[in-house]
Design a protein around this ligand. Structure first.
Ligand code: ZN
Length: 292
C-alpha cells in the first residue's frame, strides 16, 4: 500500500508548508524534512515533528523500514541558526530525557539543558528506533545534518551529495552527536574537522561512512528498493540485529565518547559567550554558507 504524503506538524512560524511529511510505500515509511527554501535547516518544530513521525513509524505494525530524506536540492544544512522560523527560545514537550526546560534559564545551564534534549538526546533516541532507518542524502549534509544521517543505520547518497562539519570555525570540536571517529575513523575524523571542507559522496563512500553512491535521479528509487529488500526480513530479526550492532559500537566507545565530547562542546559554547557574547562565535547561516 502506498499513502500520499501528509503533514506531521503545523508549519514553522512564518512558513506555509508543514516542516515534516509522512507517507508509506509498501512497508516502508518515508519521512521527509520539508523546509527546502532553508535547505531543511532543523528548528525545534522540525525536531519534534521528526520525533512524531519516527514514533508513528515505530508503532505501526505495517511499517518495517524507515527512510529519512529532505525535500528540494539538499538533505540538511544543519541546525537552524538564522531562518525566520528559528525557535530557540520555545518551550518544547521534552521527550529525550528528564532535563528541565532550557527556557527561562541562563548561561551554560540553558544551553546544556537544551542541547542535551533537542540534539544529543533526540539523535540517541532516534538511533534506538527498533526498525532499520535509511538516510537518503542529496546536496548538502552539513553539521547538524550529519547527526540526522548518522543516527540512521544506512546512508545512501546521490553523486551531488557532500558532507561537512565546519563548526571548528566556531571553536567547537564537532557537532553534539559526536560520532565522527566511529563513522569515518579517527585519522580522517581529524582532517574532516580540522579543515571543515566539503567531502564529496565518493570520498565518504571510500571512507566507509556511507553505503552507496547513486545517480541523483535514482536516489529515491534505489533507496526505496533497498528498503523493500530489507523489509522482507522478519521484524524481530532486524530489531535484534540493529541492537547487536549498536551495542558493538557502544562497546567501541561511541556512547561514552559522545558524553565526553559533549562536555568539550559546551566548554566551547561557554568560551564563545565569554569572549564574543555569542555561543557560536558570531557566525550565522550566511557566514557559514559562505564558508561552505
Ligand atoms: Zn551546540
Amino acid at each position: 500500500m502506498t499513502t500520499q504524503a501528509e503533514p506531521v506538524s503545523p508549519p514553522a512560524a512564518a512558513e506555509e508548508e508543514p516542516v515534516v511529511l509522512y507517507e508509506t510505500h509498501g512497508d516502508t515509511a518515508v519521512v521527509t524534512m520539508n523546509r527546502p527554501s532553508y535547505r531543511n535547516a532543523q528548528n525545534g518544530v522540525m525536531t519534534y515533528a521528526l520525533d512524531d513521525a519516527f514514533y508513528r513509524a515505530a508503532a505501526d505494525d505495517d511499517v518495517k523500514v524507515v527512510v529519512l530524506r529532505g525535500s528540494g536540492k539538499h538533505f540538511s544544512a544543519g541546525h537552524d541558526i538564522g531562518t525566520p522560523g528559528r525557535d530557540l527560545d520555545v518551550a518544547y514537550q521534552r521527550r529525550a530525557g528528564l532535563w528541565w526546560s532550557h527556557v527561562d534559564q541562563v548561561g551554560a545551564e540553558s544551553r546544556f539543558a537544551r542541547e542535551q534534549e533537542v540534539y544529543l538526546g533526540m539523535c540517541r533516541r532516534w538511533r534506538e528506533m527498533p526498525k532499520p532507518m535509511i538516510a537518503a542524502v542529496q546536496g548538502a549534509c552539513i553539521a547538524g545534518g550529519l547527526m540526522l544521517a548518522w543516527c540512521c543505520d544506512l546512508i545512501v547518497a546521490s553523486e551531488d551529495a557532500f558532507f561537512s562539519d565546519p563548526v571548528v570555525k566556531m571553536n567547537i570540536p564537532g557537532v553534539e552527536y559526536f560520532a565522527h571517529p566511529w563513522v569515518m575513523g579517527a585519522r580522517f575524523a581529524k582532517e574532516f574537522l580540522f579543515l571543515g571542507e566539503r567531502v564529496p559522496a565518493r570520498r565518504a563512500y571510500e571512507l566507509g561512512m556511507i553505503n552507496h553512491v547513486v545517480a541523483t535521479d535514482e536516489l529515491e528509487s534505489f533507496t526505496l528498493d533497498l528498503a523493500a529488500r530489507i523489509g522482507t526480513m522478519p521484524r524481530l530479526g532486524l530489531a535484534l540485529t540493529k541492537k547487536a550492532v549498536n551495542q558493538a559500537e557502544d562497546l567501541m566507545g561511541l556512547h561514552a565518547g559522545m558524553d565526553a565530547s559533549f562536555a568539550l562542546h559546551h566548554l566551547a559554547h561557554a568560551h564563545n559567550v565569554e569572549t564574543s557574547g555569542d555561543s557560536v562565535n558570531g557566525l550565522d547561516a550566511k557566514s557559514m554558507r559562505a564558508a561552505n
